[in-house]
Design a protein around this ligand. Sequence first.
Ligand code: FAD
Length: 404
Amino acid sequence: GEGVVILGGGQGGFQVAASLREAGYEGRVRIVSDEPGLPYQRPPLSKAYLKGDAGVEQLELRPAAFYADHRIEIVTARAASIDRTARQVRLADGEVLAYDHLVLATGARNRPLPVAGADLDGVLYLRTLADADALKARLPAAARVVVVGAGFIGLEFAAVARALGHEVTVIEATLHPMGRAVSRPVSAFFADAHRAMGTHLVLGAGVVALHGEGGRVAAVETTDGVRHPTDLVVVGIGVVPNAELAAEAGLAVKNGVVVDEELLTSDPAISAIGDVAHYPSRHAGTEVRLESVQNAADQARNVAHRLTGRPAPYAAVPWFWSDQADLKLQMVGLAGPADTAVLRGDPASRRFSVFRFHERRLTAIESVNRPADHMLGRRLLAGTPRLTPEEAADESFELKSLLA
Ligand code: FAD
């Protein structure tokens, strides 16, 4: 047989290969990756690595010997097309790889800032190790930095840049930092926390143009007509799934590659996982595309288990974290935007959680510096949680009693 070919050597692609071997898979396993080097983790790129507290070796998911020992081949190349009839992938250099099963783990890429001046020198993004290295090289000479987008990556970058002594302005089109992902109280708490760090937050203002001097970015103009002078712009306005290969091969694509409960595409010889996969979530009760390490790794394990004879619907509880200065935000579950938010603990203490409910059913927990609530939430949300909003708000109510 031709074995398993995995497109993408990120968090998900790596995990499929590792889990296949762990599950005893004997066939050939190849990872096609268009990034140089070994598979690495992205989260530290906007945290410890950016700050200089971690080197490249600490980013790598496994050392080189792991791949040799486990007969995992890494093919450094870009996949250019998929021939589903012949079960072959064509690489950009013309080489052809045949597969018995293909896993699409191509992740996502940065959404480009759609305004004039976005191509000026000094406008950077943060997705890959190469992006992080470019940022690290440019940052020391930039006294002033403007961050476009107050999502997780923009705010993590802002916290690091402030800690390194830069003057930081964050520009966000909505009124709510991280507003697509967290409740209003958590969003407001982080807005205040970043202001207290000395970051200038500009909320409710879109970017209309970037202005340069001698080809280099010098100012960011917002919808209110203000020009924010800067030496460097970091754009974090979300990502676009790398689903073109799948679409060109005739697979169903919506916001990502459409898969079923077992993460199979409309072709039984092709699975899709991680940032690129659009899947029916038991927890959300709808189709979602998630961007997290947990989602990529757990979906990878699910596919590896299916390919070694243990198929199961994907049902892992979604969780996520973000580190911003001394604040550790942890989230578990999936809340809808209209879900109620019940506070447990006092935000002023910088240790609190927000419990989200839909019609009195617990859907998610957002915790700030309260890892015990988060860990308990992972266990609660894996089953049918019996917690009421009143109990959640009452700190004398023992959450642990729900597990008994
Ligand atoms: P990726 O890790 O993106 O891997 C996809 C790979 O496929 C890439 O290397 C890409 O170049 C490659 N590829 C694409 N097309 C092709 C092709 N045609 N041929 C060959 N290769 C191809 N998540 C958290 O849970 N917590 C965090 O704190 C957190 N912090 C983050 C910080 C940053 C700066 C970033 C960028 C992400 C962060 N994430 C975090 C998100 C997390 O890293 C992603 O959700 C995860 O990496 C997704 O894994 P993946 O395998 O789906 O995609």
